[in-house]
Design a binder for this molecule. Structure first.
Ligand code: SDX
Length: 431
């Protein structure tokens, strides 16, 4: 007997089945042959929230959550954070290899030269209410780009995909900058092609009346490292949305809008904003034990935001790097007073049985907000700061899905638990 198989006995019928195991997984479709009768649909697997289901094969990002390993295309996140730049890492994620000097120059030039938005997008953003959340504006505006680039629907044309990739990576920071300037009532700041990717983003956020904005190199570098850390994270909620929505063959702007919408939620990319609000609500270090008590007694109702992860059951390796970045930034901006509360939360949580038993450790969002706040970025912008770099990951995963012969339109099954057949009751006869 082939040892790479699983033998199943169906106790309803007494029949035995041998199911192949490939790459540590069985194919859920192989369960369909397990039936009690000819007209039986066949056995399904039930897995709400994809707790134990691989939805794709991927060559992009590797995570070992038990020991805290994260690699993009095989390269450890620690090495990329230390030695690479966001644009180089985005190239790696998208195309599978680190670029040569010529490839990187061309890639950077292409991204830089697509950063300007059509002027009508300004009018679109002008239409938002003054207190609109920048993430809501970003989600809508990136979806609206689909109406400006009608060639984007040619998703099986490699040339068109490349063009939309340049546009999306280049325009996300501009959309983000415009959304922010609208929310604070400031004139839009246009992209400056002389600056780096993150330097230009800071220019679009903070430029005042000076003729040329000069980013602080420490802040520019810190933001670049944060962008590297956020670039991809395999099949998280927003990437799953990108793949799922993209599987209907909609254009990539609409699929990115869906992914960004998924990211907005406080359990996902909205957590960095929620962490800051939580730290401010706690208020001081001496209130931390009381807050921890509320979390433990709340049983899921009061969350320690920025803690826990579906995959990491050990420290999130990105959180370790972010702590180092925070030191560099605070050396320039001054120490964020909320840091003491965060450190105390972490110290107590890591010693507490409730968190140890559930394997809850700080995730990528726990310290990133403190850095963003120290740089002067508004809390509302934090999820937006996640969405900008994650765009490269979303596009890489979308393209991988499109070119994977095993993929089709995403369409899960369900276990129906509703009413059986019943006849329509006229309104006058309803109780
Ligand atoms: C991101 O998936 C990715 O890769 C995402 C991401 C990426 O790069 O794309 O890494 C980015 O989204 C980071 C996560 C940001 N979210 C938060 O920080 C929000 C707080 N965290 C939790 O809501 C939660 O930990 C999740 C959503 C991150 C993970 O949820 P799971 O895997 O579904 O775990 P669970 O909710 O079933 O929790 C298991 C237990 C429960 O207790 P019991 O019911 O067993 O008693 O742990 C408890 C939970 O109540 N728990 C927490 C907690 N997280 C889980 N208790 C207190 N505080 C928390 N933060």
């Amino acid at each position: 007997m082939n040892s790479e198989t699983l033998t199943i006995t169906d106790n309803r019928t007494g029949k035995k089945y041998e199911i192949p195991i490939r790459d540590g997984a069985i194919n859920a479709n192989d369960l369909r042959q397990i039936r009690v009768s000819e007209d039986d649909f066949g056995l399904m697997s039930y897995d709400p929230a994809f707790m134990n289901t691989a939805s794709c094969q991927s060559k992009i990002t590797y995570i070992d959550g038990d020991i805290g390993i994260l690699r993009y295309r095989g390269y450890p996140i620690e090495q990329l954070a230390e030695k690479s730049t966001y644009l180089e890492t985005a190239y790696l994620i998208l195309y599978g290899e680190l670029p040569t000097k010529a490839q990187l120059d061309e890639w950077s030039r292409n991204v830089t030269h697509h950063s300007i938005l059509h002027e009508n997008i300004k009018k679109f953003i002008d239409g938002f209410h003054y207190d609109a959340h920048p993430m809501g504006m970003l989600v809508s505006a990136v979806g609206a780009l689909s109406t400006f680039y009608t060639d984007a629907k040619n998703i099986f044309d490699p040339g068109s995909r490349t063009k939309q990739t340049h546009r999306l990576i280049a325009k996300m920071p501009t959309l983000a900058g415009f959304a922010y300037r609208h929310s604070v009532g400031m004139p839009y700041s246009y992209p400056d092609n002389d600056l780096s990717y993150t330097g230009n983003f800071l220019n679009m956020m903070f430029k005042m009346t000076e003729l040329k904005y000069k980013p602080n190199p420490v802040i520019e570098k810190a933001l670049d490292v944060l962008f590297i850390l956020h670039a991809d994270h395999e099949q998280n909620c927003s990437t799953n949305a990108m793949r799922g929505v993209g599987s209907s063959h909609v254009d990539p702007y609409c699929a990115v809008a869906a992914a960004a919408a998924a990211l907005y939620g406080p359990l996902h990319g909205g957590a960095n904003e929620a962490v800051l609000r939580m730290l401010m609500q706690i208020g001081s270090k001496d209130k931390v034990p009381e807050f921890i008590k509320q979390v433990k007694e709340g049983h899921g109702k009061v969350m320690l935001m920025g803690f826990g992860h579906r995959v990491y059951k050990n420290y999130d390796p990105r959180a370790k790097i972010i702590k180092q970045v925070a030191d560099n930034v605070f050396a320039v901006t001054g120490r964020n007073p909320l840091l003491d509360i965060a450190l105390e939360l972490e110290r107590i949580a890591l010693e507490d049985d409730y968190f140890i038993k559930r394997k809850l450790y700080p995730n990528v969002d726990f310290y990133s907000g403190l850095i963003y706040q120290s740089i002067g970025l508004a809390m509302d912008m934090f999820p937006v700061l996640f969405a900008i770099p994650r765009t490269s990951g979303w596009i890489a995963q979308w393209e991988e899905m499109l070119l994977d012969a095993e993929q089709k339109i995403a369409r899960p099954r369900q276990v129906y638990k509703g009413a059986g057949k019943r006849d329509y009751v006229p309104i006058a006869m309803r109780k």
